[in-house]
Every structure is written in C-alpha cells, then in structure tokens.
Design a binder for this molecule. Structure first.
Ligand code: NI
Ligand code: MN
Length: 225
C-alpha cells in the first residue's frame, strides 16, 4: 500500500484508485512547514476524533478536493455544518465505500471539537481493499479491545501513536502491534510538541527487539507498506 506521511498523525494512502487522507494537521505543525497543503489529494478524509491536531486542516482540504469526511457522527456533522460532504459512522460500524471497507473500532482517548463542542467517541479504523488491509488506531491508550482486530481482518500494517503522554508510548505500541498480529508499524503522534518528543533510533531498536519493523518516514516521504 502506498503511504505518504504528512507529519504528526496525518498520512495519505492510495486504495482502489482513491486517495484517503487521515487526520490532517499540517498548517499548524511547524515540522511540516515544507508541505504544500494545496498539493494534497483527497477523495475521503477520515478523522479519528475531534481534537484540532487531527482535524485542523480537514475542512479546507475537503473543500479544495470535494472530499467526503468520514468520522464519528458528531465530528462528521461538524464538518457537514461547514459545507463539506460527510459520512457519519460510529464505533463497531462498517461501511462499503467505493475504495473498500471502513470498520470503526474503539479507541481509549477523549474527543472534543475545535469549537469546544462534544466530538463523540474517539475511534480507530480498519481499512480493507481487495487483499490489502491496514489499521489506524487513532489517539488511544493500549486497550485489550485491540485483541479483536485480527478477528476482523488480517492486518498488513498499522499506524500507531508512539509519542506517549497523550497516547500509547513505544512499549505500549509494541504490545498493541502484537495484539493486532502485525509486524509492520508506522509510528505517528510523536515529536510534534515538547510533550511527545522521542528518541527515534531507540524506538526503532525497541520494536526490532520485539520482531516488529517500525517505519518513521520523513514528513512528505512516500513508502510502500
Ligand atoms: Ni487527541
Ligand atoms: Mn492527538
């Protein structure tokens, strides 16, 4: 699967001929200052929860691309109220889109929108398209619910937060990858703020010791996972 990393927890994947963008937070991320937001293509924008470090650029990118926002009911309606197409979902639900399926799974976190209103439950996503599948946990603690993921899909790779403080740190993300039964992880939600700075070499080494490949692409880099 072709994946482009845009910093923090924002990344795009190409699936079934469509561009799917996750959790856009670019303009406010000084580490992503070299990214031209106008160059980002999106047919769908999936938002894991309402926090601004996951939603800040969702509306502008959706409007520029005519993209559909897929999120919890509350986050999706917030997007719809700003004039973009939306598809509301909630935890446990699955939908067949033209690129493949999205199943919403639980995340242990919080979720309020940038305007302070309630953002519904935070979620993770399982995306399946043909024989390819990936799991993005969203911002979450390690949770035993992750043991369900391999019952739902045979996950090729997972995007997991590794920055600690607000989410799982490195050791918890390793345990998460084991529950998900996946040996390829792209780390997200690290280095952007002071609270979540990590030692990247140490992170890669710790994952390696557990038999898992940790990918930490540069911001703007594309890789195949
Ligand atoms: Ni958050
Ligand atoms: Mn976050």
């Amino acid at each position: 699967m072709r994946v482009t990393y845009f910093g923090h927890s924002c990344f795009g994947v190409e699936l079934g001929g469509k561009n799917i963008l996750f959790d856009p937070f670019i303009e406010g991320n000084e580490l992503a200052a070299h990214i031209d937001i106008a160059s980002i293509k999106a047919d769908y924008i999936l938002l894991s929860h309402g926090h601004s470090d996951h939603t800040a650029d969702a509306i502008s990118i959706a409007k520029a691309n005519g993209a559909t926002v897929v999120a919890s009911y509350e986050v999706a309606v917030w997007a719809g109220n700003q004039g973009v197409a939306y598809h509301p979902m909630n935890t446990g639900g699955k939908w067949h889109f033209d690129f493949g399926t999205v199943k919403c799974v639980s995340a242990v976190h919080s979720s309020s929108l940038p305007d302070g209103t309630y953002g519904g439950n935070p979620m993770g996503f399982i995306i399946e398209s043909g024989h390819q599948s990936m799991y993005y946990s969203g911002d979450t603690a390690l949770t035993l619910d992750m043991q369900l993921i391999p019952k739902f899909a045979n996950i090729t790779w997972a995007a997991l937060p590794i920055g600690d403080n607000f989410t799982m740190g490195i050791q918890d993300a390793i345990l998460a990858a084991k529950m998900v039964e996946c040996t390829k992880v792209m780390g997200v939600h690290y280095d952007t703020f002071g609270y979540i700075k990590i030692d990247k070499n140490s992170a890669v080494a710790q994952f390696k010791l557990a038999g898992i490949d940790l990918f930490l692409p540069g911001i703007g880099d594309t890789l195949d996972l």
